[in-house]
Design a protein around this ligand. Structure first.
Ligand code: B12
Ligand code: SF4
Length: 463
């Protein structure tokens, strides 16, 4: 039997925001869960791939590494904050070898496909949506010397025209296990799992007008099986144990609404409790309004300590305008559902804190229909519910969202930034959001040490 490992033919890169000054043009990258999923699926088609983890290299050094490795197809995971760096890297690679096929995937490739292809001649294809199946299809077709022009859910340049091939973005519900695990397939090291995190589900069924991940899957939701989740946790925990790690750290679940389906949450948490990991505690982002004491207890017993939720606003009218709670006009019933949502938040935060969770709320300012007074009402609400920490963002309008289409009606203005740095789009808000004060005492501090009874935990980077 020939046990020699084949050389990778596909390279995947997730460039992280550079900490260097813009003009230094240095590239760094890290393991990316989505790229790990792509690798694991490529392996099923006998395609070898490599994920590049880099630290402050120049685009030219990066390009030389790619060429030296003999990579034939190079894929970048693209969000609005790393596109400028992808352009440096892609142009450098094409300058050394114009025959390497360069593709981008992820949210920005999905929604800013035309903009990316017009702006950067070095990018050949944008993959739209979750891409395991489509990527393998294009890769095998390309490597066999055939044309991929008719493949679904891609956008590409043909001569000077941009061609948009329609395609299904949804995946079969409850069938996420058809995508093999990046960990169990050996593409992300077990020890790295504590920083990279795992994903037990994909998608979200809500209609928040500012959110593009939910639009990417047409508001559907799918799970991995409990068995698969337990195997990944065990794999990561064993690797941490072998590495000699002491104590426990929080690992984040990389999904939008982990605890949304109570029966599933409870069952999964009970199974984790039966076989407690030695080194892993969990943090998740989720909607919390439906959580009961019973479910929160199950989560805590399983090792969940960090509970993060998007409040967005403490004002019922604004909550209705952004469709956080429902996709109906709330003015007809005096915003009853939104008021109920806020009341539930008060109750659930109280219970979660009593149980021992570290509770973090996220707010967004500059929301449609919001005034400075409404923003201050949100801060008052956050103070009232007494979360452990909060963070706030100013609304950034992303393509693919409802607000991207209706922004003029609400008095927003946005532009594509010159040089696309540090993000592609910049939003200008209808009121001066910089006047929104901060609750200094409750600011979110990534990596801050938190004190939980009998435990000593460092929070990982939180979104
Ligand atoms: C986990 C996560 C992180 C982790 C990443 C951990 C890791 N190492 O993998 C951490 C915490 C580090 C992180 C950081 C940031 N994140 Co983040 N993150 C997420 C989150 C919650 C889940 C992503 C995930 O793992 N999904 C599961 C995997 C399987 O799916 P996936 O990554 O989408 O990949 C699939 C497809 O997109 C596609 N695909 C992706 N890449 C590629 C590449 C190729 C070549 C192809 C063909 C296909 C393809 O195929 C993949 C497999 O199906 C998303 C929310 C979301 N639902 O997407 C936000 C999200 C992507 N993050 C976001 C942001 C803003 C950030 C930060 C900029 C935050 C900040 N201010 O610092 C940073 C910096 C990112 C950077 N480039 O430096 C935004 C992006 C907004 C936008 N529209 O661009 C999101 C959507 C959250 C939000 N709702 O605002 N993030
Ligand atoms: S903001 Fe959260 S709840 Fe709203 S649609 Fe996006 S993922 Fe779903």
């Amino acid at each position: 039997m020939n046990t020699k490992k084949k050389k990778p033919i596909v390279g995947l890169v997730w460039l992280t925001q550079s900490t260097s000054k813009k003009l230094q043009r240095l590239l760094s990258s890290n393991f990316h869960l989505g790229c790990g999923y792509l690798q694991a699926f490529l392996q099923q088609g006998n395609i070898e791939s490599k994920q590049y983890v880099l630290n402050s290299v120049t685009p030219e050094e990066f390009a030389r590494t790619i060429i030296a490795d003999g990579i034939k197809i190079l894929g970048f995971s693209c969000d609005d904050t790393n596109y400028y760096a992808i352009r440096w890297a892609a142009l450098s690679v094409k300058a050394l070898n114009p025959h390497i096929l360069i593709v981008v995937g992820g949210l920005t490739a999905t929604y800013s496909d035309e903009l990316v292809l017009r702006n950067c001649q070095a990018v050949d294809i944008c993959f739209r949506g979750y891409s395991e199946i489509n990527f393998l299809d294009v890769v095998t077709t390309h490597l066999s010397g055939q044309t991929w022009y008719d493949k679904p859910a891609i956008t590409y340049r043909k001569n000077s025209e941009i061609v948009f091939n329609p395609g299904v973005k949804k995946y079969a519900v409850n069938n996420l296990d058809c995508f093999p695990s990046p960990y169990l397939s050996g593409f992300i090291l077990g020890e790295a799992g504590i920083d990279v995190g795992i994903s037990t589900s994909r998608g979200c069924v809500f209609h928040c007008t500012f959110c593009n991940p939910t639009a990417m899957v047409e508001r559907s939701y799918a799970f991995h099986s409990n068995e698969r989740v337990l195997s990944e946790i065990d794999f990561i925990d064993s690797a941490l144990h072998r590495s000699g790690m002491n104590g426990k750290r929080i690992m984040l679940l990389n999904e939008d609404i982990f605890a949304f389906y109570p029966d599933r949450t409870k069952k999964l948490c009970n199974l984790i409790s039966e076989n407690q990991p030695r080194h892993i505690l969990f943090g998740c982002e989720t909607r919390i309004e439906h959580l009961t004491e019973d479910i929160l207890q199950s989560m805590y017993s399983a090792g969940f300590r960090l509970l993060k939720f998007g409040l967005e606003s403490g004002n019922p009218r604004v909550l209705n305008l952004i469709k956080k709670v429902r996709n109906l006009d709330g003015s007809k019933d005096g915003y009853a559902a939104e008021k109920d949502f806020l009341e539930r938040i008060v109750i659930v935060v109280r219970i979660a804190k009593k149980i021992g969770f570290h509770v973090v709320a996220g707010a967004i300012f500059g929301l449609p229909g919001e005034s400075l007074a409404d923003a201050i009402e949100t801060l008052d609400f956050i103070r009232k519910i007494d979360v452990d920490e909060y963070y706030h963002n100013f609304l950034q309008i992303f393509p693919g969202t409802e607000i991207f289409k209706t922004h003029k009606k609400w008095g927003y203005h946005f532009e594509v930034r010159k040089d696309f740095y540090p993000t592609i789009y910049h939003t200008y808000w209808p009121y001066p959001v910089e006047l929104v004060p901060t609750l200094q005492e409750k600011l979110d501090h990534s990596f801050r040490k938190i004190n939980l009874p009998n435990e000593d935990i460092f929070l990982p980077l939180i979104l």
